[in-house]
Design a protein around this ligand. Structure first.
Ligand code: GAR
Length: 215
């Protein structure tokens, strides 16, 4: 089994970060890239929201940003095809969904098969979808956490790369639990992207294997 091979220093990987909101996971990725922990550059920060605070942060950091208006496209397929053309122009290797709140079409998932990662604020396959911190509290689970996974056409169900666990406390609100989980998101997302660009993620079916360096 082999991971994606980006280990040659001559070939630095290219990341496109997709976001719709505040962009704290984008910032965690950017920091890891800036510190040389990830063998890749952020080639594009993309959003479906013109006023996403994360886009502004990216611009301030001197990164290329792009907003495409979903309403200017006839349907989701055409929208995602327009996105794919922009990614191809820039030779993007990996899409990192970082709070991107629009479901990708099967066409885009297939075009970037095993080259799209997402961060989700729950321990998948428990609690897919939205408002998952509140759902965890309402279910009375004792632990929750976050999941980095490859994106497949079925929402929140692609192969799992890394997870981190946090306790759910009896007096937690959605906000306090989300904040505890977010700390772990910022830790494991850059780590997963690092493994990807070091060629250390192998996929068999729905299982992801973390390969030893040099495997
Ligand atoms: C994060 O908690 C992320 O896990 C979640 O949105 C937040 C984005 O925050 N993503 C999802 O719920 C995807 N289903 P950020 O903009 O500060 O990174």
């Amino acid at each position: 089994m082999r991971g994606f091979d980006f280990r040659s220093p001559a070939k630095k990987g290219k990341i496109a970060v997709f976001l719709s909101g505040r962009g704290s996971n984008f910032e965690a990725l950017r920091e890891a890239v800036d510190e040389g922990r990830i063998n890749a550059a952020i080639a594009l920060v993309f959003s479906n929201k013109a006023d996403a605070p994360g886009l502004l942060k990216a611009r301030e950091a001197g990164l290329e940003t792009l907003f495409l208006d979903p309403k200017a496209h006839a349907n989701r397929e055409e929208y995602d095809q327009a996105i794919a053309r922009e990614l191809d122009k820039r030779g993007v290797d990996l899409i990192c969904l970082a709070g991107y709140m629009k479901v990708l079409t099967p066409g885009l998932c297939e075009a970037f098969k095993h080259r799209i990662l997402n961060i989700h604020p729950a321990l998948l396959p428990a609690f897919p979808g939205l408002h998952v911190q509140q759902k965890a509290i309402d279910w009375g689970v004792r632990v929750s956490g976050c999941t980095v996974h490859f994106v497949a056409a079925e929402v929140d169900m692609g192969p799992i790369v890394l997870q981190a666990v946090v306790p759910v406390l009896q007096d937690d609100t959605e906000e306090t639990l989300a904040a505890r989980i977010l700390v772990e998101e910022h830790r494991i997302y850059p780590e997963a992207v690092r493994l990807f660009f070091d060629g250390r993620l192998g996929i068999e079916g729905r299982r992801v294997f973390i390969l030893e360096p040099g495997d």
